[in-house]
Design a protein around this ligand. Sequence first.
Ligand SMILES: [Zn+2]
Length: 63
Amino acid sequence: MWWIVQCPELRCSKHMLVRARTKRKKCVYCNRSFKVDDNFINMYHEQVDAREMVKKFNSRLRD
Ligand SMILES: [Zn+2]
């Protein structure tokens, strides 16, 4: 199982993939460390599906 989380840093707000039941994540974009539970967006069975969604979420932010 894979989870999508969103970086809580407002100027970043990037989505990223973590393994299910990960406790903390460090944002690869802004280096902020955050609690996964508090920033959980969605879950997926397949890593490819989760990756696709992360791509979609992040491309929406890019304008
Ligand atoms: Zn970030």
